[in-house]
Design a protein around this ligand. Structure first.
Ligand code: NIG
Ligand code: FE
Length: 410
């Protein structure tokens, strides 16, 4: 944390402490030449350039380049053992994601590798991804467990994230999510009810007591966990004070978006096959619709109906879904390009989706996601004077500097 003045910046930011919905997503504060002052890591001034430099502050002259809030990647699985490049090749040759999982590969493949990995291996690997993402402007990332599916390994995944968060020089903050319901482990074959009870009565209280996760998530999907099982788990998690999230309608229309609305989830994620009723339910309940176009791209599936969701008043967030299976990419540049070119979001909407609405999907919109006094000094400086380069530099990094709590990281 430090004291920093960023002057001569083209400041572009959504405004607010909650998710922006529908047409609000395109309304950004835009000041062509201004200053952002960060004191002890928090923003203390945003506005016209000041006439004098203040003592005790490092000064960064943005020279007219764009300053945005640090990007919030609100859906990743960044702690995992092993890799699955063979499955990727099978898929591009025609195999399907679910058929590989049904044959014991997919998530189960990574579960085996994660159970075998040491704490340090998992941590180093996660830190490698964090370094790369920080260079692309990410200042907060969500991280899920879900590759242990047993008590010890789920805890280790969450403890890796806790250790990274405790580093005073960390480049990103990790918002932690328990995804014990990512798949039914083989030890519980045919006993999904028992596994859900194990998660509710043993894992959730233990993780709460150890303060290891803020949110609870479930893979609600045909062949994985049913809507009824997901409801039971998430309702219990909510009652214990967890924020709740849901992998919804990724592979087939399944009622996940509707369930998110019914339970008042923070977000429903994926939504490639969300129904009209599901979109209405999310809009009415204020659930953030988190879209992951890198996954649709990688799985060669149609994109989620982001344009329609915004036109129907939803709050949309964008995230990478970085994971070793369906989407081994944390590319923010490609994410912007896909969102604007194929999902028809405007640049302004995509910025809101990857900043304030991502923060809202993590229940952190009060402290990050916009450049406003009182929030953390997490800022991205682009190597250009217009934010239009974000999709225009297609899949190339437009970020010049990433600033975390007032510290210039890169
Ligand atoms: O969000 N769909 C479920 N979970 C991840 C993929 C996990 C994996 O394949 O390892 C996802 O796409
Ligand atoms: Fe995911």
């Amino acid at each position: 944390m430090s004291n920093l003045i960023i002057k001569n910046a083209h400041i572009v930011t959504p405004i607010g402490h909650t998710a922006r919905c529908g047409s609000e997503m395109s309304q950004l504060f835009d000041l062509p030449r201004g200053t952002i002052e960060i004191t002890d890591g928090r923003i203390t001034y945003v506005g016209e350039n000041l006439s004098e430099d203040k003592p005790g502050y490092q000064v960064l002259d943005a020279q007219g380049n764009v300053a945005l809030p640090g990007f919030v990647d609100s859906h990743t699985h960044l702690v995992f053992g092993g890799y699955r490049p063979d499955e990727f090749i099978w898929r591009i040759n025609g195999d399907s994601y679910m058929s590989i999982m049904e044959r014991g590969g997919g998530i189960f493949n990574t579960v085996r590798a994660t159970r075998e990995a040491s704490f340090d291996e998992l941590k180093h690997k996660a830190e490698w991804y964090i370094n790369v993402m920080s260079g692309m402007g990410v200042t907060t990332v969500e991280g899920k467990s879900g590759y242990g599916l047993d008590c010890d390994t789920e805890l280790i995944q969450l403890e890796v994230m806790k250790a990274i968060n405790q580093n005073p020089h960390r480049k990103v903050d990790i918002a932690t999510t328990f995804l014990g319901a990512h798949a039914l482990p083989h030890e519980y074959a045919g006993r999904s009810h028992d596994y859900i009870q194990f998660l509710i009565h043993q894992m959730l209280p233990l993780i709460k007591e150890k303060k290891l996760a803020e949110n609870c998530d479930v893979f609600c999907e045909k062949g994985v966990f049913t809507v009824a099982e997901s409801r039971e788990l998430l309702a219990a998690a909510k009652a214990m004070g967890y924020g709740i999230k849901i992998h919804a309608d990724e592979i087939v229309p399944f009622g996940g978006a509707e369930l998110a609305g019914e339970l008042g989830a923070l977000s429903a994620d994926h939504l490639l096959h969300a129904s009209d009723a599901g979109i209405r339910a999310m809009q009415q309940a204020g659930v953030v619709a988190t879209l992951l176009p890198l996954t649709a791209f990688t799985l060669r599936e149609p994109y989620a109906r982001g344009r329609e969701m915004i036109d129907n008043g939803c709050a949309v967030a964008l995230a990478t879904d970085l994971n070793p299976g369906s989407c081994c990419s944390g590319s923010i540049p490609l994410l912007f390009a896909l969102a604007c070119i194929y999902m028809h979001l405007s640049v302004e909407e995509a910025i809101t989706a990857l900043t304030l609405n991502g923060a809202a999907a993590l229940n952190r919109a009060h402290s990050i996601g916009s450049l406003e006094v009182g929030k953390w000094g997490d800022v991205v400086i682009l190597d250009a004077d217009t934010p239009n380069v974000l999709p225009y530099y297609t899949a190339m990094n437009a970020v010049k500097n990433t600033i975390k709590r007032g510290l210039v990281i890169s």
